[in-house]
Design a protein around this ligand. Sequence first.
Ligand SMILES: NC(=O)c1ccc[n+]([C@@H]2O[C@H](COP(=O)([O-])OP(=O)(O)OC[C@H]3O[C@@H](n4cnc5c(N)ncnc54)[C@H](OP(=O)(O)O)[C@@H]3O)[C@@H](O)[C@H]2O)c1
Length: 258
Amino acid sequence: MLSIDLRGRVALILGGSRGIGAGITRAMCQAGAYTVFTHTGNPKNRGRIDMLVEGIGRDGGSVEENTLDALDPEGTKKLVDNIIGKLKKIDILVCNVGRNLARTVEETTVEDWKKFVDINLSSVYYGVKAVIPHMVERKYGRIILIGSSAVFDGGGGAIDYAAAKAGMTGIMKYLCRVYIKKGINTNIVHPCVIDTDLVRGRYSTEEMWQKLSSQIPVGRVGTPEDIAGMVAYLASLWGDYICGQEILLDGGRTMFNK
Ligand SMILES: NC(=O)c1ccc[n+]([C@@H]2O[C@H](COP(=O)([O-])OP(=O)(O)OC[C@H]3O[C@@H](n4cnc5c(N)ncnc54)[C@H](OP(=O)(O)O)[C@@H]3O)[C@@H](O)[C@H]2O)c1
C-alpha cells in the first residue's frame, strides 16, 4: 500500500493555525510528523486553534502551537533554536504566512506596500534564515513555500501581494540552486481560490461564491486539504526527486481564464 510516511520527522509550519496552514498542520500530523505551528495569537482565533490541537491529539498526532509575529526575525530564530534544543532537529519548514487586501494601485499607500511585502515575503526570509544553518549542518531539509496563482495571472487583487508572491519564487529558486547539493530541497506550491477566511472575505455573498465556483473547471472551490496533500507529498520520500518546482493547484482555473 502506498502512503505518505513522515514518522520521525519534525515539521515547522509558519502560519499553521487556520485555512491552508491548518490543513497542512493536520496533514503533517496524520503522516506522523511531530508538528510545531505558529500563529499571531489573535484571541479571535483561539477556539479554532484549540479545536485543531485537540482534534490532532484525539487522532494520536503530536502537535505544538506557538505565538510568533512572522515579522520578528529574532523571535523566529528564538523559536527555531527552542525547537532544536527540545527536539534536536527541524526536517521540514513550511512558509504559509500570508495576508492580502484587494485594492487598486491608486488606493495603495507606500505603507500598505511595505506592510504587505513584509508579511508575505520578509516572513519567508526570516524563517529560511533561521532554519538553514541547522539544515546545512544535518545535510537534510525540506522547504516548501506557499505562493499564489497570482504569480501566473496577476490575480489576487493587490500589486504588493502579486510582487511578494513572485519574490517567493525567486527565494525558492535561489535556495534550490545553492542548497540542493547540501541536502536541502525547496519547492513552491501555488494555491488558487481555496476555501479559507482570505477568500471568503473577498467573495462574501452566496452569489459571488457561486459565480466563483462556476469559473473553476473541476466545478468547486479548492479545500485546504487539496494543498496540504501536495505539501505532505513534497515533504515525504515521494518528493525526493522534485526540486525547484512551482506547482500550481487551481482546479484548472488559470488555464480556463486565459
Ligand atoms: N486561500 C486561497 O485561495 C489562497 C490563494 C493563493 C495563495 N494563498 C496563500 O496561502 C497561504 C494561506 O492562505 P489562507 O487562505 O489559508 O489564509 P488565512 O486563512 O488568512 O491564514 C493565514 C495564516 O497566516 C498567519 N499569519 C498572517 N499574518 C501573520 C503574521 N504577521 N505573523 C504570523 N502569522 C501570520 C495567520 O495566523 P492567525 O490565525 O494568527 O491570523 C494564519 O495562520 C497564504 O500565504 C496565502 O497568500 C491562499
